[in-house]
Every structure is written in structure tokens, then in C-alpha cells.
Design a protein around this ligand. Sequence first.
Ligand SMILES: [Fe+2]
Length: 257
Amino acid sequence: MFSRFFKRGKKEEDEYGSQVIPANANWGFLGADMHSHLVPGIDDGAKTMQESITLVRNLADMGFKTIITTPHTMIDFYPNTTQSIQNGLNDLQHAVNEQKIPVSIKAASEYYIDEHFIQLIDTTPLLTIYNNEVLVEFSMLYEPPMLFDVIYKMQVAGYKPVIAHPERYLFFHKQFRKYSELKDRGCLLQLNMLSVCGYYGRNIKAIADELLSKNLYDYCGSDMHHEKHAAALKAMAGTKDYHIFANYPFLNPRLCF
Ligand SMILES: [Fe+2]
């Protein structure tokens, strides 16, 4: 019955109106993961090609068909460029093909909002996860000066900002209205999947739950850096936290190619 349910993509519901989760649950219904650090050696994610392949294989085993991996571009620590990311991606794709892992993979970037990024907006085509959508992050501890001006600048340049893991920005926790303001100003919000199981702590889980209950998220992503993340994501499949994902209209499936 359950294999039929997945093949036909039809939602079966239990007596409470929630989607029924099969015993061998995986993340295949999302189709695509759009936030991870799998290009070897260019940020704080996978260090070697072997590590990269292990993580890619893990995502494929969990049911993802498409991976949009997003190395950091952060001038002080990971001064990546479109070229460095593309070169790393080429090597990774070659290895994934050699290993016959059944997954399509491309790269964008997770841009850190700093002075360098503000210059990039005007001078270099940014890497996008989908159409004109650009994944951005900022400090977890303090709101970047003129955040909303930078967002506006991106929009004027033709981009749609996707805010990575908004639940992890501690300074927003006591001003929840900022999340609605980001949405009202045309940003998309991306949930880190592991936030929901408490991986980053109780407070971050509470904010993630609230953002989910108010339908403020658009995408979810693994933000996978290493095998601990893979193991935690695998462990979540089939739990009540997983149930939340299966019932939420994430846009991830449209990213499949
Ligand atoms: Fe990330």
C-alpha cells in the first residue's frame, strides 16, 4: 500500500487528518535538498572527496533525487568565487558519476552578508538555487547593519533573497515580527531540517516550530556539513518531527531537474 502511495504521490490521511508515514520512511517526497556543504575542501563542510561521496550517498539513500549544494562565500574565512565553486563541482560530479550514485547535483552558494557580498551584488552574477533566488546568511549573534537595505539592493539587482535558517539568528528570537517583515519584503525563508529535532538546541527548535505553525517557511534544507548531520537526518525520518515535514507545503520539489 505504501509503495503505491509514494508512486502515485497521493496523500493518504489517518483519522486525525495527518499524512500516514510508511514504516520505511525517507525524505524522497521533498525531491531536492537545496542547502549543503558537499564540495570538498572549499569551506567547513566535506574536507575530502571521500567525505563528499559519503555525504552524497547518504542523501541519495534518504531519497533525495536532486542536490543543490551551497558552499559558503564568506570573504574572511571561505573566499570562494563562482570559478572555485564550479571547479569543485565538476570534480564532485565526476566522482558521483563514477560511483554511479543516482542523484543530480549542481551548485549555488550560501553568501554571507558582508562588505564583499554587497560589492558582488553589482559586479558579478550571483549563483542561484532556482531562477533568481539567492541563498544568504548572516551573523547568528547580531543583526547586520542595514540588513533590509542589502535585501533591497539585491532585489533592485533582480534577485530574490532566500534567508538561510532564520530560526538560528538569536537576535530575532525576541522580535518575532522581523520574520514576517522579511516575508513582507519579498524574502523566502529556509528551514534547517535539523532545527526541528532540536539538534541546535531547544530555543531554536521552538522558533522553528512557531515559524512552521505560521506557514512562514518556503524551503527546507539539510545544511549538511558532515556525517553527524547525515545520521541525525536519517534518525528523524519516521518520527513525529518528520510528520511535520510531510504535511507542510515546502517548495523543494520544484527544484528537481
Ligand atoms: Fe550552510
